[in-house]
Design a protein around this ligand. Structure first.
Ligand code: SAH
Length: 484
Protein backbone atom coordinates (compact mmCIF):
# COMPACT_ATOMS: atom_id res chain seq x y z
CA UNK A 1 0.00 0.00 0.00
CA UNK A 2 2.74 2.42 0.96
CA UNK A 3 4.57 2.09 -2.27
CA UNK A 4 1.51 2.39 -4.41
CA UNK A 5 1.74 5.08 -7.04
CA UNK A 6 0.72 8.54 -5.97
CA UNK A 7 -0.34 9.53 -9.45
CA UNK A 8 -4.12 9.69 -8.92
CA UNK A 9 -3.54 11.52 -5.64
CA UNK A 10 -1.06 13.87 -7.23
CA UNK A 11 -3.60 14.78 -9.83
CA UNK A 12 -6.16 15.46 -7.14
CA UNK A 13 -3.82 17.44 -4.96
CA UNK A 14 -2.48 19.53 -7.78
CA UNK A 15 -5.74 20.38 -9.44
CA UNK A 16 -4.90 22.25 -12.62
CA UNK A 17 -1.28 22.86 -11.77
CA UNK A 18 1.02 22.43 -14.76
CA UNK A 19 4.06 20.29 -14.01
CA UNK A 20 6.84 22.75 -14.67
CA UNK A 21 9.87 20.49 -14.62
CA UNK A 22 8.68 18.10 -17.26
CA UNK A 23 7.54 20.85 -19.53
CA UNK A 24 10.36 23.32 -19.28
CA UNK A 25 13.42 23.09 -17.12
CA UNK A 26 13.22 19.36 -16.48
CA UNK A 27 16.31 18.66 -18.49
CA UNK A 28 18.48 20.95 -16.47
CA UNK A 29 16.92 20.84 -13.04
CA UNK A 30 15.30 17.46 -12.47
CA UNK A 31 16.85 15.68 -9.51
CA UNK A 32 19.53 13.06 -10.04
CA UNK A 33 19.14 9.45 -9.04
CA UNK A 34 21.87 10.10 -6.52
CA UNK A 35 19.67 12.63 -4.79
CA UNK A 36 16.91 10.01 -4.77
CA UNK A 37 18.95 8.24 -2.17
CA UNK A 38 18.43 11.07 0.29
CA UNK A 39 16.77 9.61 3.32
CA UNK A 40 13.30 10.98 3.85
CA UNK A 41 12.84 12.26 7.36
CA UNK A 42 10.21 10.77 9.58
CA UNK A 43 8.04 13.43 11.14
CA UNK A 44 5.57 11.39 13.23
CA UNK A 45 3.94 13.53 15.86
CA UNK A 46 0.81 13.47 17.83
CA UNK A 47 -0.64 16.92 18.07
CA UNK A 48 -4.07 17.85 19.22
CA UNK A 49 -5.85 21.09 19.83
CA UNK A 50 -6.47 21.21 23.55
CA UNK A 51 -8.82 24.13 23.07
CA UNK A 52 -11.19 22.34 20.83
CA UNK A 53 -11.58 18.96 22.44
CA UNK A 54 -14.64 18.11 20.39
CA UNK A 55 -12.92 18.53 17.10
CA UNK A 56 -11.12 15.54 15.77
CA UNK A 57 -7.49 15.54 16.72
CA UNK A 58 -5.29 15.57 13.64
CA UNK A 59 -1.69 15.98 12.62
CA UNK A 60 -2.59 19.31 11.02
CA UNK A 61 -0.78 21.54 13.40
CA UNK A 62 2.57 20.34 12.14
CA UNK A 63 2.25 22.56 9.11
CA UNK A 64 -0.59 24.81 10.04
CA UNK A 65 -0.72 27.31 12.80
CA UNK A 66 -3.84 28.90 11.44
CA UNK A 67 -6.84 26.64 11.20
CA UNK A 68 -7.67 25.79 14.77
CA UNK A 69 -7.47 29.12 16.51
CA UNK A 70 -9.77 29.04 19.47
CA UNK A 71 -7.92 29.91 22.63
CA UNK A 72 -9.48 29.09 25.98
CA UNK A 73 -10.59 31.93 28.25
CA UNK A 74 -8.86 30.31 31.15
CA UNK A 75 -5.32 31.49 31.78
CA UNK A 76 -2.86 29.24 33.51
CA UNK A 77 -0.65 31.27 35.81
CA UNK A 78 2.67 29.73 36.82
CA UNK A 79 3.18 29.62 40.62
CA UNK A 80 6.57 31.32 40.32
CA UNK A 81 7.25 34.12 37.85
CA UNK A 82 9.72 33.11 35.15
CA UNK A 83 12.46 35.53 34.09
CA UNK A 84 10.51 36.71 31.05
CA UNK A 85 7.37 37.28 33.15
CA UNK A 86 9.38 39.30 35.68
CA UNK A 87 10.86 41.24 32.78
CA UNK A 88 7.45 41.99 31.21
CA UNK A 89 6.06 43.08 34.57
CA UNK A 90 9.03 45.35 35.16
CA UNK A 91 8.53 47.05 31.78
CA UNK A 92 4.85 47.65 32.56
CA UNK A 93 5.68 48.98 36.06
CA UNK A 94 8.46 51.18 34.74
CA UNK A 95 6.20 52.63 32.04
CA UNK A 96 3.37 53.03 34.51
CA UNK A 97 0.95 51.48 32.04
CA UNK A 98 0.29 48.80 29.47
CA UNK A 99 2.59 47.80 26.62
CA UNK A 100 1.64 47.20 22.99
CA UNK A 101 1.11 43.67 21.70
CA UNK A 102 4.06 44.34 19.42
CA UNK A 103 6.36 44.96 22.36
CA UNK A 104 4.99 41.91 24.19
CA UNK A 105 5.59 39.72 21.14
CA UNK A 106 9.07 41.03 20.60
CA UNK A 107 10.09 40.49 24.23
CA UNK A 108 8.55 37.03 24.42
CA UNK A 109 10.10 35.80 21.17
CA UNK A 110 13.41 37.58 20.81
CA UNK A 111 14.41 39.24 24.10
CA UNK A 112 18.20 38.77 24.01
CA UNK A 113 18.25 37.05 27.41
CA UNK A 114 14.93 35.29 27.81
CA UNK A 115 13.27 35.18 24.37
CA UNK A 116 11.67 31.93 23.26
CA UNK A 117 13.77 31.66 20.10
CA UNK A 118 16.96 32.81 21.80
CA UNK A 119 17.66 29.89 24.11
CA UNK A 120 15.57 27.04 22.78
CA UNK A 121 15.02 24.77 19.83
CA UNK A 122 11.28 25.26 19.53
CA UNK A 123 10.89 23.08 16.44
CA UNK A 124 9.84 19.49 15.88
CA UNK A 125 8.21 16.79 17.96
CA UNK A 126 10.07 17.79 21.14
CA UNK A 127 9.44 21.52 20.67
CA UNK A 128 6.37 23.69 20.22
CA UNK A 129 5.61 23.43 16.51
CA UNK A 130 6.85 21.78 13.34
CA UNK A 131 7.44 23.74 10.17
CA UNK A 132 7.19 22.44 6.60
CA UNK A 133 10.94 22.01 6.00
CA UNK A 134 10.93 19.66 9.02
CA UNK A 135 8.00 17.74 7.57
CA UNK A 136 9.62 16.85 4.26
CA UNK A 137 12.95 17.29 2.51
CA UNK A 138 10.92 18.13 -0.60
CA UNK A 139 10.17 21.57 0.83
CA UNK A 140 13.82 22.69 0.72
CA UNK A 141 14.33 20.90 -2.58
CA UNK A 142 11.45 22.72 -4.25
CA UNK A 143 12.63 26.07 -2.93
CA UNK A 144 16.01 25.03 -4.38
CA UNK A 145 14.44 24.51 -7.80
CA UNK A 146 12.91 27.99 -7.61
CA UNK A 147 16.28 29.44 -6.59
CA UNK A 148 18.10 27.72 -9.44
CA UNK A 149 15.52 28.93 -11.95
CA UNK A 150 16.00 32.52 -10.78
CA UNK A 151 19.77 32.08 -10.94
CA UNK A 152 19.32 30.96 -14.57
CA UNK A 153 17.15 34.01 -15.24
CA UNK A 154 19.93 36.13 -13.74
CA UNK A 155 22.24 34.74 -16.44
CA UNK A 156 23.98 32.17 -14.21
CA UNK A 157 26.20 34.68 -12.38
CA UNK A 158 29.53 33.38 -11.07
CA UNK A 159 28.65 34.72 -7.62
CA UNK A 160 25.29 35.25 -5.98
CA UNK A 161 24.22 35.96 -2.40
CA UNK A 162 21.65 33.45 -1.17
CA UNK A 163 20.01 34.86 1.96
CA UNK A 164 17.62 32.99 4.21
CA UNK A 165 15.63 34.99 6.76
CA UNK A 166 14.92 33.04 9.96
CA UNK A 167 16.34 29.63 9.01
CA UNK A 168 15.14 27.80 12.17
CA UNK A 169 17.13 24.57 12.34
CA UNK A 170 18.73 25.17 8.94
CA UNK A 171 16.82 22.27 7.41
CA UNK A 172 15.42 24.16 4.41
CA UNK A 173 18.89 25.37 3.42
CA UNK A 174 20.45 21.92 3.94
CA UNK A 175 17.84 20.28 1.70
CA UNK A 176 18.18 23.07 -0.88
CA UNK A 177 21.96 22.56 -0.99
CA UNK A 178 21.82 18.75 -1.10
CA UNK A 179 19.14 18.79 -3.77
CA UNK A 180 21.04 21.21 -5.99
CA UNK A 181 24.60 20.02 -5.34
CA UNK A 182 25.00 18.26 -8.67
CA UNK A 183 24.45 21.59 -10.48
CA UNK A 184 28.05 22.49 -9.89
CA UNK A 185 28.06 26.00 -11.35
CA UNK A 186 25.04 26.95 -9.28
CA UNK A 187 26.47 25.38 -6.11
CA UNK A 188 29.80 27.14 -6.63
CA UNK A 189 28.15 30.50 -7.15
CA UNK A 190 26.59 30.66 -3.69
CA UNK A 191 27.59 32.86 -0.80
CA UNK A 192 25.12 31.89 1.90
CA UNK A 193 23.86 34.41 4.43
CA UNK A 194 21.65 33.28 7.30
CA UNK A 195 19.73 36.03 9.07
CA UNK A 196 19.13 34.70 12.55
CA UNK A 197 18.81 36.47 15.89
CA UNK A 198 19.10 33.38 18.06
CA UNK A 199 22.59 32.19 19.06
CA UNK A 200 21.13 28.79 19.94
CA UNK A 201 19.57 28.40 16.50
CA UNK A 202 22.72 29.72 14.81
CA UNK A 203 24.63 26.83 16.43
CA UNK A 204 21.97 24.38 15.32
CA UNK A 205 22.16 25.74 11.76
CA UNK A 206 25.94 25.35 11.85
CA UNK A 207 25.51 21.72 12.75
CA UNK A 208 22.65 20.95 10.30
CA UNK A 209 24.67 22.48 7.49
CA UNK A 210 27.72 20.45 8.54
CA UNK A 211 29.86 23.55 8.75
CA UNK A 212 33.59 23.73 9.33
CA UNK A 213 35.79 26.67 10.26
CA UNK A 214 39.02 27.20 8.40
CA UNK A 215 41.81 29.69 8.96
CA UNK A 216 41.56 32.40 6.32
CA UNK A 217 45.29 32.08 5.66
CA UNK A 218 47.93 29.93 7.30
CA UNK A 219 48.87 31.13 10.74
CA UNK A 220 45.85 33.43 10.79
CA UNK A 221 43.52 33.22 13.79
CA UNK A 222 40.58 34.62 11.81
CA UNK A 223 38.41 31.87 10.35
CA UNK A 224 35.82 31.54 7.64
CA UNK A 225 32.96 29.06 7.74
CA UNK A 226 31.91 26.79 4.91
CA UNK A 227 29.28 24.09 4.62
CA UNK A 228 30.71 20.68 3.79
CA UNK A 229 27.45 19.92 1.95
CA UNK A 230 28.68 21.96 -1.04
CA UNK A 231 31.72 23.94 0.07
CA UNK A 232 29.81 27.24 -0.01
CA UNK A 233 30.87 29.96 2.45
CA UNK A 234 28.28 30.72 5.15
CA UNK A 235 27.85 33.92 7.13
CA UNK A 236 25.43 34.80 9.91
CA UNK A 237 23.79 38.17 10.49
CA UNK A 238 21.10 39.31 12.86
CA UNK A 239 19.33 41.38 10.22
CA UNK A 240 19.16 41.84 6.46
CA UNK A 241 20.91 45.19 6.69
CA UNK A 242 24.08 43.41 7.80
CA UNK A 243 24.22 41.29 4.64
CA UNK A 244 26.69 42.94 2.26
CA UNK A 245 25.26 44.23 -0.99
CA UNK A 246 26.87 44.41 -4.42
CA UNK A 247 26.07 40.94 -5.77
CA UNK A 248 22.83 39.58 -7.23
CA UNK A 249 20.79 38.45 -4.24
CA UNK A 250 18.20 35.73 -3.77
CA UNK A 251 16.24 35.95 -0.51
CA UNK A 252 14.16 33.14 0.98
CA UNK A 253 11.76 33.74 3.88
CA UNK A 254 9.68 30.84 5.11
CA UNK A 255 7.59 31.43 8.24
CA UNK A 256 9.67 34.49 9.05
CA UNK A 257 7.15 37.29 8.54
CA UNK A 258 4.60 35.56 10.78
CA UNK A 259 7.01 35.77 13.72
CA UNK A 260 7.40 39.55 13.43
CA UNK A 261 5.61 41.62 16.10
CA UNK A 262 2.22 43.06 15.30
CA UNK A 263 0.00 45.84 16.67
CA UNK A 264 -3.76 45.36 16.99
CA UNK A 265 -6.17 48.26 16.62
CA UNK A 266 -9.85 48.30 17.44
CA UNK A 267 -12.54 50.67 16.23
CA UNK A 268 -14.32 52.44 19.10
CA UNK A 269 -16.51 55.50 19.54
CA UNK A 270 -13.28 57.27 20.55
CA UNK A 271 -11.60 56.41 17.25
CA UNK A 272 -9.13 53.62 16.50
CA UNK A 273 -7.73 52.55 19.87
CA UNK A 274 -4.96 50.04 20.46
CA UNK A 275 -5.30 46.65 22.11
CA UNK A 276 -2.56 46.51 24.72
CA UNK A 277 -1.31 44.30 27.54
CA UNK A 278 -1.38 45.23 31.20
CA UNK A 279 -0.79 43.39 34.44
CA UNK A 280 -3.91 41.76 35.82
CA UNK A 281 -5.53 43.51 38.80
CA UNK A 282 -3.94 41.15 41.34
CA UNK A 283 -0.61 41.45 39.43
CA UNK A 284 -0.41 37.69 39.07
CA UNK A 285 -0.70 37.64 35.28
CA UNK A 286 -1.59 39.74 32.27
CA UNK A 287 -4.80 41.03 30.66
CA UNK A 288 -5.70 42.64 27.37
CA UNK A 289 -6.83 46.26 27.72
CA UNK A 290 -7.83 48.92 25.24
CA UNK A 291 -6.05 52.26 25.11
CA UNK A 292 -8.35 55.10 26.24
CA UNK A 293 -7.67 56.97 23.00
CA UNK A 294 -5.81 56.49 19.73
CA UNK A 295 -2.12 55.81 20.27
CA UNK A 296 0.81 57.12 18.19
CA UNK A 297 0.99 53.64 16.60
CA UNK A 298 -2.70 53.52 15.68
CA UNK A 299 -2.55 57.03 14.19
CA UNK A 300 0.65 56.41 12.26
CA UNK A 301 -0.02 52.94 10.85
CA UNK A 302 -3.67 53.47 9.99
CA UNK A 303 -2.71 56.62 8.12
CA UNK A 304 -0.16 54.53 6.21
CA UNK A 305 -2.67 51.79 5.45
CA UNK A 306 -5.15 54.37 4.19
CA UNK A 307 -2.63 55.33 1.49
CA UNK A 308 -3.24 52.05 -0.36
CA UNK A 309 -6.34 50.49 1.17
CA UNK A 310 -8.48 53.61 1.16
CA UNK A 311 -10.36 55.22 4.04
CA UNK A 312 -13.64 53.62 3.04
CA UNK A 313 -12.32 50.06 3.20
CA UNK A 314 -10.64 50.73 6.53
CA UNK A 315 -13.92 52.17 7.81
CA UNK A 316 -15.66 48.84 7.16
CA UNK A 317 -13.34 46.99 9.53
CA UNK A 318 -13.74 46.64 13.30
CA UNK A 319 -10.22 45.38 14.05
CA UNK A 320 -6.94 45.70 12.21
CA UNK A 321 -3.58 44.08 12.69
CA UNK A 322 -0.45 45.85 11.44
CA UNK A 323 3.10 44.51 11.40
CA UNK A 324 5.49 47.48 11.19
CA UNK A 325 8.53 45.22 10.87
CA UNK A 326 6.94 43.56 7.84
CA UNK A 327 6.45 47.01 6.29
CA UNK A 328 10.12 47.88 6.91
CA UNK A 329 11.42 44.53 5.79
CA UNK A 330 9.40 44.62 2.56
CA UNK A 331 10.91 48.03 1.83
CA UNK A 332 14.39 46.72 2.56
CA UNK A 333 13.94 43.64 0.38
CA UNK A 334 12.59 45.71 -2.50
CA UNK A 335 15.46 48.21 -2.25
CA UNK A 336 18.06 45.45 -2.07
CA UNK A 337 16.68 43.67 -5.10
CA UNK A 338 16.35 46.92 -6.97
CA UNK A 339 20.01 47.78 -6.39
CA UNK A 340 21.64 44.33 -6.58
CA UNK A 341 19.31 42.37 -8.87
CA UNK A 342 17.80 39.03 -7.98
CA UNK A 343 14.59 38.25 -6.15
CA UNK A 344 12.86 37.05 -3.00
CA UNK A 345 10.47 34.23 -2.28
CA UNK A 346 8.21 34.65 0.74
CA UNK A 347 6.21 31.63 1.87
CA UNK A 348 3.95 31.94 4.86
CA UNK A 349 0.41 31.50 6.04
CA UNK A 350 -1.72 34.56 5.66
CA UNK A 351 -4.07 36.37 3.33
CA UNK A 352 -3.92 38.76 0.45
CA UNK A 353 -5.80 41.37 2.46
CA UNK A 354 -5.73 43.34 5.70
CA UNK A 355 -5.76 41.00 8.69
CA UNK A 356 -8.17 41.64 11.55
CA UNK A 357 -7.25 39.45 14.48
CA UNK A 358 -5.00 36.46 13.97
CA UNK A 359 -2.47 36.48 16.79
CA UNK A 360 -2.05 32.96 18.13
CA UNK A 361 0.07 31.04 20.62
CA UNK A 362 1.25 27.45 20.34
CA UNK A 363 2.86 25.44 23.09
CA UNK A 364 3.89 21.83 22.66
CA UNK A 365 1.79 21.55 19.51
CA UNK A 366 -1.39 22.89 21.10
CA UNK A 367 -3.05 26.25 20.77
CA UNK A 368 -3.09 28.17 24.05
CA UNK A 369 -4.15 31.66 25.12
CA UNK A 370 -1.75 34.37 23.94
CA UNK A 371 -1.24 35.61 27.53
CA UNK A 372 -0.93 32.16 29.07
CA UNK A 373 2.45 31.76 30.81
CA UNK A 374 4.26 34.17 28.46
CA UNK A 375 7.50 32.86 27.06
CA UNK A 376 6.36 29.24 27.12
CA UNK A 377 4.51 29.36 23.77
CA UNK A 378 5.36 30.47 20.26
CA UNK A 379 3.49 33.56 19.08
CA UNK A 380 2.67 34.26 15.46
CA UNK A 381 0.20 36.11 13.26
CA UNK A 382 -1.11 35.84 9.71
CA UNK A 383 0.92 37.61 7.07
CA UNK A 384 -0.83 40.35 5.08
CA UNK A 385 0.56 39.81 1.58
CA UNK A 386 -1.33 42.79 0.17
CA UNK A 387 0.62 45.11 2.44
CA UNK A 388 3.95 43.51 1.50
CA UNK A 389 3.07 44.12 -2.15
CA UNK A 390 2.26 47.78 -1.54
CA UNK A 391 5.38 48.41 0.54
CA UNK A 392 7.58 46.86 -2.15
CA UNK A 393 5.92 48.98 -4.80
CA UNK A 394 6.29 52.06 -2.61
CA UNK A 395 10.00 51.39 -2.18
CA UNK A 396 11.04 50.64 -5.74
CA UNK A 397 8.17 50.14 -8.18
CA UNK A 398 10.21 51.31 -11.14
CA UNK A 399 12.79 48.52 -10.67
CA UNK A 400 10.97 45.61 -9.09
CA UNK A 401 7.84 43.58 -9.75
CA UNK A 402 5.79 41.64 -7.21
CA UNK A 403 4.08 38.36 -8.14
CA UNK A 404 1.44 36.35 -6.34
CA UNK A 405 0.53 35.32 -3.83
CA UNK A 406 -0.20 31.87 -5.19
CA UNK A 407 -0.82 28.84 -3.04
CA UNK A 408 2.05 26.64 -1.90
CA UNK A 409 0.37 23.82 -3.79
CA UNK A 410 0.49 25.79 -7.04
CA UNK A 411 4.09 26.79 -6.39
CA UNK A 412 5.43 23.32 -5.65
CA UNK A 413 3.17 21.65 -8.20
CA UNK A 414 4.56 23.84 -10.93
CA UNK A 415 8.11 23.30 -9.71
CA UNK A 416 7.71 19.53 -10.05
CA UNK A 417 7.05 18.12 -6.60
CA UNK A 418 4.97 15.30 -8.10
CA UNK A 419 7.96 14.08 -10.11
CA UNK A 420 10.18 14.42 -7.11
CA UNK A 421 7.97 12.38 -4.80
CA UNK A 422 7.58 9.65 -7.44
CA UNK A 423 11.36 9.53 -7.86
CA UNK A 424 11.95 9.30 -4.12
CA UNK A 425 9.33 6.56 -3.80
CA UNK A 426 11.29 4.38 -6.24
CA UNK A 427 14.08 3.97 -3.78
CA UNK A 428 12.98 3.83 -0.17
CA UNK A 429 11.78 1.60 2.64
CA UNK A 430 8.11 1.12 3.49
CA UNK A 431 8.47 3.44 6.45
CA UNK A 432 10.11 6.13 4.34
CA UNK A 433 7.44 5.76 1.68
CA UNK A 434 4.75 6.45 4.26
CA UNK A 435 6.65 9.47 5.52
CA UNK A 436 7.07 10.73 1.96
CA UNK A 437 3.42 10.36 1.11
CA UNK A 438 2.25 12.10 4.26
CA UNK A 439 4.89 14.81 3.88
CA UNK A 440 3.85 15.33 0.29
CA UNK A 441 0.23 15.62 1.28
CA UNK A 442 0.96 18.07 4.07
CA UNK A 443 2.87 20.33 1.72
CA UNK A 444 0.49 20.40 -1.21
CA UNK A 445 -2.73 18.62 -0.29
CA UNK A 446 -5.96 20.28 0.76
CA UNK A 447 -7.74 18.87 3.82
CA UNK A 448 -7.54 15.25 4.99
CA UNK A 449 -5.41 12.86 2.96
CA UNK A 450 -7.73 10.54 0.99
CA UNK A 451 -5.16 7.73 0.88
CA UNK A 452 -4.69 7.52 4.63
CA UNK A 453 -5.15 4.07 6.12
CA UNK A 454 -3.63 4.70 9.55
CA UNK A 455 -5.28 5.93 12.72
CA UNK A 456 -7.75 8.80 12.50
CA UNK A 457 -5.64 10.85 14.93
CA UNK A 458 -2.66 10.73 12.60
CA UNK A 459 -4.53 11.69 9.42
CA UNK A 460 -2.26 14.02 7.44
CA UNK A 461 -3.90 17.35 6.74
CA UNK A 462 -2.89 19.17 3.61
CA UNK A 463 -1.84 22.79 3.98
CA UNK A 464 -1.16 23.42 0.31
CA UNK A 465 -3.77 26.13 0.05
CA UNK A 466 -3.30 27.70 3.48
CA UNK A 467 0.30 28.67 2.82
CA UNK A 468 0.87 31.32 0.19
CA UNK A 469 3.92 32.27 -1.84
CA UNK A 470 4.88 35.68 -3.13
CA UNK A 471 7.88 36.58 -5.32
CA UNK A 472 9.58 39.96 -5.54
CA UNK A 473 12.05 40.28 -8.39
CA UNK A 474 14.10 42.85 -10.21
CA UNK A 475 12.26 43.65 -13.45
CA UNK A 476 15.47 42.86 -15.38
CA UNK A 477 15.01 39.21 -14.46
CA UNK A 478 11.56 38.99 -16.02
CA UNK A 479 8.68 37.14 -14.40
CA UNK A 480 9.90 34.39 -12.08
CA UNK A 481 8.81 30.79 -12.55
CA UNK A 482 6.06 29.72 -11.91
CA UNK A 483 4.36 33.10 -11.48
CA UNK A 484 4.13 33.64 -15.23
N1 SAH B 1 12.18 29.22 8.48
C1 SAH B 1 12.27 28.23 9.51
C2 SAH B 1 11.94 28.74 10.91
C3 SAH B 1 10.75 29.65 11.08
S1 SAH B 1 10.54 30.21 12.76
C4 SAH B 1 11.43 27.03 9.16
O1 SAH B 1 10.60 27.13 8.27
O2 SAH B 1 11.59 25.99 9.78
C5 SAH B 1 11.22 31.85 12.73
C6 SAH B 1 12.73 31.92 12.60
O3 SAH B 1 13.07 33.29 12.52
C7 SAH B 1 13.54 31.39 13.75
O4 SAH B 1 14.75 30.89 13.26
C8 SAH B 1 13.75 32.62 14.63
O5 SAH B 1 14.84 32.52 15.51
C9 SAH B 1 13.98 33.66 13.56
N2 SAH B 1 13.62 35.02 13.95
C10 SAH B 1 12.46 35.42 14.49
N3 SAH B 1 12.44 36.76 14.66
C11 SAH B 1 13.62 37.21 14.18
C12 SAH B 1 14.21 38.50 14.06
N4 SAH B 1 13.56 39.59 14.48
N5 SAH B 1 15.43 38.60 13.53
C13 SAH B 1 16.11 37.51 13.10
N6 SAH B 1 15.60 36.25 13.20
C14 SAH B 1 14.38 36.10 13.73
Amino acid sequence: MLRRSLSPLLARAMGRVVPFLSATAGASFSFSSSSNSLKPRLPGEDETNENNQNSRPTGAITVDRSGLYNPPDHLHKPSVDTEIIKHLKSIIKFRGGPISISEYMEEVLTNPNHGLYINRDVFGAGGDFTTSPEVSQMFGEMVGVWTMCLWEQLGQPAKVNLVELGPGRGTLMADLLRGSSKFVDFAKSLNIYLVECSPTLQKLQYSTLKCVDEAISSGDTATSTTTTLTGAPIFWHVDLEGVPSGLPTIIIAHEFFDALPIHQFQKTSRGWCEKMIDMSEDSSGFDFVLSPQPTPASLLYLRRLCQWVGKEEIGKLEQIEVCPRALELSHQIAKRIASDGGGALIIDYGKNEIISDSLQAIRKHKFVHVLDNPGSADLSAFVDFSTIRHCCAEAASECISVHGPITQSQLFGSLGINFRVEALLQNCSEEQAESLRTGYWRLVGDGEAPFWEGTVEQTPIGMGTRYLAMAIVNKKQGVPIPFK
